[in-house]
Every structure is written in structure tokens, then in C-alpha cells.
Design a protein around this ligand. Structure first.
Ligand SMILES: Nc1ncnc2c1ncn2[C@@H]1O[C@H](COP(=O)(O)OP(=O)(O)O)[C@@H](O)[C@H]1O
Ligand SMILES: [Mg+2]
Length: 278
């Protein structure tokens, strides 16, 4: 089970858009996906057009799961996804505005940075991928996501201030790599809302130089269908499967899955024997 935090403390760079469509692409490729909506704006939850469940008048959302007033299985929402002629499912732990009370609700808990990690430990192995849509800040919820994650994906809108924001973000990642999550990796930097403006090309060149192969070769171009899809509660693959947006996300999934294959370590004979002996 690979846990990926989709993060950039800048708002409006495409975190939610990437989370929703990347999840849909993975589901179409036959992977079992759980999304954790960790942003109190609940854009991912809304973009999937799913109804948040209520239990005794309060939402069964991420906050109630993290504070143990709701069980994880009670909070799970299911979003069907069409894969060719079959249906697949994406699972979501939704966000609500109640998440604005997260810092206050957990202030007395000593290991408050580890809550999400502990939660995901309970469901280890149930999913192929867990995607965490992070809020636009480097606050406690984002730290929880970075502690729980194996990898960080950084969507970047190629504007002048983007690069400055990334340095701050990388400093935070480095800090976590030193103590709370030594295995944390930058899984990929993804150029979003790309168009033919000169500044976009210039920033892209800087990103290529700085991140080399960590930068996805695929870029998500500015595309009207991508912006419209959430208002219909649809992913780009459902809303406009022939659009350039669907094409870009399809390419991204292919590139990502190829990377995954390349990163897979082939077990040594000794490891195989040990496994068999068990
Ligand atoms: N590739 C794209 N083309 C057109 N609009 C996009 C694209 N990516 C994101 N958007 C739009 O930009 C806005 C911000 O994107 P969003 O994913 O919500 O960013 P974040 O989660 O980082 O705040 C949304 O209105 C979204 O529909
Ligand atoms: Mg968002």
C-alpha cells in the first residue's frame, strides 16, 4: 500500500484536481484507491459528488475518524468509476468544514503529528494507493500527511512565485526526513495548468534543472474541461473522455505506473527462500 501526499502550501495550483483525476486514472488501471480529503474546504469530497454520512448529527468525516468518534469503515464513502464496460470503486474519507477544529481537538494529544499514520496503519494492505489531498498550508494536518506518507507529489503551477514556495516546502520535507519520517521521498513534481506563455516555459526549464527525473515528463495543460468537470461531480475521464485534459491524465498515469515498475526491487534468491521457509 503506497501512501502519497499531494501537497503544495500554495492554493489553486491543482492539488485537488490532480488528486481526483489521478485517483480516477489509477482506478481505471485496476488499482484500488483510497482518497483522504485532508482539506477543510472539502473540494475533493464535493468534486466526487458524494454525500457525507452523518451519525448522531455530526459528520462521519476525517476529523471524527482521527478523534475516534467515528470508525474508519463508517466514514468511508464509495464513488463508482466506469472502467471500460465494468464498474470500479474509489473510496474516500471525506472532509467537512469541521476539520477547521482539528488543531484544537487534538491539542492535548502528545503524538498529534502521528494520528493519520496510526489511522492508516489500521488499514495497511487494504488498498493499492492512498492519496492525501493536503490543505494549502504547512500546518498540523499537512504534517500529519507528511508523517504518514511514503511519497510527496508536488503539483506546481509554473508562475514566478512557484519556485519560492517550493523551497519552503522542501525545507519542511527535509525536516521530516530528519526525524518523524526518515523514509519520506519526493515522488514527483508535476507541472499543472501549463500553457504556451513564456513564463511557463521558463519556470519549466528551472524545474527540469532542479528536479531532473523527479519532474514528471507529462504536463497537465490548462484545459477548460478539467475546470468544468467538478461542477458536474465528475472526473475528467467521465466528463470529457476525448478532451486534452483526459489525454494528459492518461499519460500521467502511464508515466507513473512505468516509474513504479522500474522502482520495484527484484527480490534476491535468499529473500525468496526465506519467504518460502515461512
Ligand atoms: N489543468 C487545468 N486546467 C484548467 N483549470 C484547472 C486545471 N487544474 C486546476 N484547474 C482549476 O484551478 C482551480 C484550482 O485548482 P485546485 O485543484 O482546486 O487547486 P488546489 O487544490 O491546489 O487549491 C480550480 O478551479 C480548478 O478547476
Ligand atoms: Mg484543494
Amino acid at each position: 500500500m503506497k501512501i502519497i501526499a499531494i501537497m503544495n502550501q500554495k492554493g489553486g495550483v491543482g492539488k485537488t484536481t490532480v488528486t481526483v483525476n489521478f485517483a480516477a486514472g489509477l482506478a481505471r488501471a485496476g488499482r484500488k484507491v483510497l482518497i483522504i480529503d485532508a482539506d477543510l474546504q472539502a473540494n475533493t469530497t464535493i468534486a466526487f459528488g458524494v454525500e457525507v454520512k452523518y451519525k448522531n448529527d455530526s459528520a462521519c468525516d476525517l476529523l471524527s475518524v482521527l478523534t475516534h468518534t467515528c470508525k474508519i469503515e463508517e466514514s468511508l464513502l464509495i464513488r463508482p468509476i466506469q472502467v471500460k464496460n465494468k464498474m470500479s470503486q474509489i473510496f474516500i474519507i471525506p472532509a467537512t468544514i469541521a476539520l477547521s477544529g482539528f488543531d484544537q481537538a487534538v491539542r492535548a494529544i502528545p503524538a498529534k503529528q502521528l494520528l493519520l499514520k496510526q489511522l492508516l496503519f489500521e488499514i495497511e494492505g487494504d488498498y493499492d494507493y492512498v492519496l492525501i489531498d493536503c490543505p494549502p498550508s504547512l500546518g498540523l494536518m499537512t504534517i500529519n500527511a507528511l508523517v504518514a506518507a511514503h511519497e510527496v507529489f508536488i503539483p506546481v503551477q509554473p508562475e514566478f512565485f512557484a519556485l519560492q514556495g517550493i523551497s519552503q516546502l522542501l525545507d519542511t520535507v527535509k525536516l521530516l526526513q530528519k526525524n518523524l519520517n526518515t523514509g519520506l521521498k519526493i515522488g514527483g513534481v508535476l507541472c499543472t495548468r501549463f500553457n504556451r506563455r513564456k513564463i511557463h516555459q521558463e519556470v519549466l526549464s528551472c524545474l527540469e534543472e532542479r528536479f531532473k527525473t523527479t519532474l514528471f515528463a507529462t504536463k497537465i495543460h490548462e484545459n477548460i474541461a478539467i475546470a468544468e468537470a467538478p461542477s458536474f461531480g465528475k472526473t475528467i475521464f467521465e466528463y470529457s473522455p476525448q478532451s486534452n485534459g483526459a489525454y494528459d491524465f492518461d499519460l500521467l498515469i502511464k508515466e507513473f505506473l512505468n516509474r513504479e515498475v522500474r522502482q520495484m526491487t527484484i527480490p534476491t534468491l535468499q529473500q525468496v527462500f526465506k519467504q518460502v521457509e515461512k
